[in-house]
Ligand binder design. Structure first.
Ligand code: NAD
Length: 437
């Protein structure tokens, strides 16, 4: 199959490279000329494990190419995927569909022969119909179908998720489009991946329902953590105790500083707005959005409390800035709430992140970025772990004590055991666990 991928970001680049690896002929298009130049030079503009090798192999094999111009790839394509961003619209929280609609206009102008246009971006119910109307208006003569095919990959494990997904969702009622989508995803039949064929609106809603459900699970366990702290229970054991029930499942039950990232915050908010507009408000998701926002904002006060209530003039070491490990993505990361609040309270912040510092430097002022864990700890009055990168899991505690002015750790990801830290003389504070468990 010939595939054109419009938008070469986290989703477009991974999807394009994986489709090429399946044997399809893929052209990845992006408006960002700098990004395309880097890709043409063999550089990967994002941090995603395994992506550099996958891209290089498929470029080498002649199945993957990059361009800023869709006019040669679209006419030849069997399917054109739209994988552009759908951020929150400023002011009202609805999804901003301007990039999707602009892409639809550009695709319309280049269509030639029957083409399936696939919305991979996360878009509210009804967007497929609007994309269809835009293309139909521009090209009354064109032969095309608009299909919804939301993406469920996770940054940091994106290639594995794309190649071995729990399911693929395809929303279309058109037989021709269904056959092309089946052909594109045929390599996944080998893994027996379930392909859920449904109508377009249902497919669009599935993506929001999935993200809202996962965000709810995280927020639920975070509230359980708050209860645990008050009553002296242990949230990790609560999570294990409920997660072993297969009706609940153990995933997404890690208490922490509140979810961030490029998807959950904007998608929960967009679902709230869609639901309101549809006259079917979703009070659970509204509460999740509200509780999570407050939680992210309240995390700095935990750090301040652990420092005896005052951080004025103190140095706080921050380990981890990205919204989760194995990515350089800083969008809506909890660190963006926590660090400015600490600075506002008078703290000096030193920080280290294995992949996110370049992005973080654009978003955070006055932070001293360090080269590694131990440089960050040097002279600090307290250290807080905000992202659970692997390299933070086995810090040499004797070295830590030697470097820090006082060995105080606020671990917002529960990567250490309180009893172990106590045994090593570290004043340790975590989420939802009594300090000695
Ligand atoms: P991104 O910002 O990394 O990439 C979007 C790209 O689209 C950018 O490179 C931008 O330059 C390009 N673009 C915008 N308009 C264009 C146009 N008209 N023509 C060509 N290129 C254009 O975004 P992302 O994280 O890849 O997300 C894309 C979509 O996928 C969003 O709707 C998002 O919600 C969804 N999604 C993201 C993830 C994730 O983990 N990032 C997971 C599942 C779904």
């Amino acid at each position: 199959m010939r595939v054109a991928m419009i938008g070469t970001g986290y989703v477009g680049l991974v999807s394009g490279a994986c489709f090429a690896d399946f044997g399809h002929d893929v052209a990845c298009i992006d408006k960002d000329a700098g990004k395309i130049e880097r890709l043409q030079r063999g550089e990967i503009p994002i941090f995603e494990p395994g992506l550099d090798a996958l891209v290089a192999e498929n470029v080498e094999a002649g199945r993957l190419s990059f361009s800023t111009d869709l006019s040669s790839a679209v006419p030849e394509a069997d399917a054109v995927f739209i994988a552009v961003g759908t951020p929150s619209r400023r002011g009202d929280g609805f999804a901003d569909l301007s990039y999707v609609y602009a892409a639809a206009e550009e695709i319309a102008a280049a269509l030639d022969g029957y083409t399936v246009i696939v919305t991979k971006s996360t878009v509210p119910v009804g967007t497929g119909a609007e994309v269809e109307a835009i293309i139909r208006r521009a090209r009354p003569d064109a032969d095309f179908s608009v299909v919804s095919n939301p993406e469920f990959l996770r940054e940091g494990a994106a290639i594995e998720d794309f190649k071995r997904p729990d399911r693929v969702v395809v929303g279309t009622e058109d037989d021709r489009a269904r056959e092309i989508m089946r052909e594109i995803y045929r390599p996944l039949y080998l893994n027996e991946t379930p392909i859920v064929f449904t109508n377009r609106m249902t497919s669009e809603l599935i993506k929001y329902a999935a993200n809202a459900f996962l965000a709810t699970k995280i927020t639920f366990i975070n509230e359980m953590a708050d209860i645990c702290e008050r009553v002296g229970a242990n949230v990790q054991e609560v999570a294990r105790g409920i997660g072993l029930d297969r009706r609940i499942g153990g995933k997404f039950l890690h208490a922490g500083p509140g979810y961030g990232g490029s998807c959950f915050p904007k998608d929960t908010l967009a679902l709230v707005k869609t639901a309101e507009k549809a006259g079917a408000p979703t009070r659970i998701v509204e509460a999740v959005v509200d509780v999570n926002d407050r939680r992210k904002k309240s995390m700095a006060s935990r750090v301040i409390a652990a420092c005896g209530g005052v951080v004025e003039g103190k140095t706080i070491a921050v380990l981890g800035l990205t919204f989760k490990p194995n990515t350089d993505d800083m969008r809506e990361a909890p660190s963006l709430d926590i660090i400015p609040a600490l600075q506002k309270a008078g703290a000096r912040v030193r920080a280290f992140d294995p992949a996110g510092m370049k992005e973080a430097a654009k978003l955070l002022d006055g932070v001293e970025f360090c080269k590694g864990v131990y440089e960050t700890l040097d002279g600090a009055d307290a250290v807080t772990i905000i992202t659970e990168w692997d390299e933070f899991r086995a810090i040499d505690l004797e070295r830590l004590k030697g470097l820090m002015r006082s060995p105080v750790m606020i671990d917002l990801r529960n990567i250490y055991r309180p009893a172990y830290m106590a045994a090593h003389g570290v004043k340790y504070h975590s989420i939802g666990r009594a300090d000695s468990s």
